[in-house]
Ligand binder design. Structure first.
Ligand code: ADP
Ligand code: MG
Length: 272
């Protein structure tokens, strides 16, 4: 009576040497581990069944089994006992984008644009499969390693949902800073909510602080002097992603065509 037919029910310590803690989230502890048979390193995302709703674990695992993308953390195996689920995940060692932002304070436009190009392609990949991530934020974006060629990988499908175009989701999820108005107002939401979060991430990358908080509402500003040197192309893109009207907000496909994101100017594009 396991949640998944793929679940392995022997104790994880039989096959893995469990190491130190890599991170924590709302519902999990993540530790490094070495697979005894191969000597390979992995990350173990450990979740207590008493804390995480069964339905949510099922959604997270089913979606992780469906996605295969070089910029998404891969799922290797699932261990399950009566009290716990352990996801054996591809290990990355470069840390959270969150910590990089704190360290650097802000990214150059060129570095931010390259990162956002990759992230937009990942969102496009998910949305094309009718998957909405619902928790896009710098804590869930991990660097593969500490080198200058490190790539970004999206993790944490704990709030992800299936949402075909034309349908909407209702439950309130996410973190306020990255949550779109339609979620906060209790309206139905879907793929555009991820695009809003992308807009918030770009804003933070370029200045080091978030555009909105609970007290200010959704009044988008680019305060001086922090934003004086930032291009109008970047600001135009942010405005188009942080459009409070979800219907008018840029989609992932449209965002990929934006010059700031594609890095290619045809000389014909409008500012957004
Ligand atoms: P939660 O659903 O509880 O937020 P996450 O999947 O976001 O759990 O994992 C929590 C934290 O653990 C991440 O923010 C990251 O710091 C770390 N982490 C998660 N997966 C990995 C991984 N594959 N490799 C390295 N660190 C990871
Ligand atoms: Mg997380």
């Amino acid at each position: 009576k396991t949640l998944f037919k793929e679940s392995i029910t022997t104790p994880i310590t039989k096959s893995y040497d469990v190491g130190s803690q890599l991170g924590t989230g709302k519902f999990s502890v993540v530790k490094s581990a070495i697979e005894k048979s191969t000597g390979k390193s992995w990350a173990l995302k450990m979740m207590k069944k008493s804390v995480v709703h069964e339905q949510n674990i099922v959604k997270e695992v089913e979606i992780m089994m469906e996605v295969k993308n070089p910029n998404i953390i891969a799922l290797h195996e699932i261990y399950e006992s009566d009290s716990e689920i352990i996801l054996v995940l591809e290990l990355v060692t470069g840390g959270e984008l969150f910590d990089k932002i704190v360290e650097k304070e802000s990214y150059t436009e060129e570095d931010a644009s390259k990162l956002i190009n990759t992230l937009t392609k990942v969102i496009y990949y998910l949305h094309n499969k009718d998957i909405v991530h619902c928790d896009l934020k710098p804590e869930n974006l991990l660097y593969s390693d500490n080198s200058t060629n490190a790539v970004i990988k999206l993790c944490d499908f704990g709030l992800s949902q299936r949402c075909p175009s034309g349908t909407t989701l209702q439950s309130m999820v996410g973190t306020f800073t990255y949550m779109s108005p339609e979620i906060n107002n209790g309206y139905g939401y879907g793929k555009p909510a991820d695009m809003w979060a992308l807009g918030v991430i770009i804003y933070i990358l370029l200045c080091g602080y978030p555009p909105f908080d609970e007290t200010t509402g959704y009044n988008l500003e680019f305060p001086s002097p922090d934003w004086d040197h930032i291009s109008d192309t970047a600001k135009g893109l942010i405005k188009a992603l942080l459009n409070v009207d979800a219907v008018k907000r840029l989609t992932a496909a449209q965002t990929l065509k934006n010059v700031w994101v594609s890095g290619v100017s045809t000389g014909k594009e409008s500012i957004i």
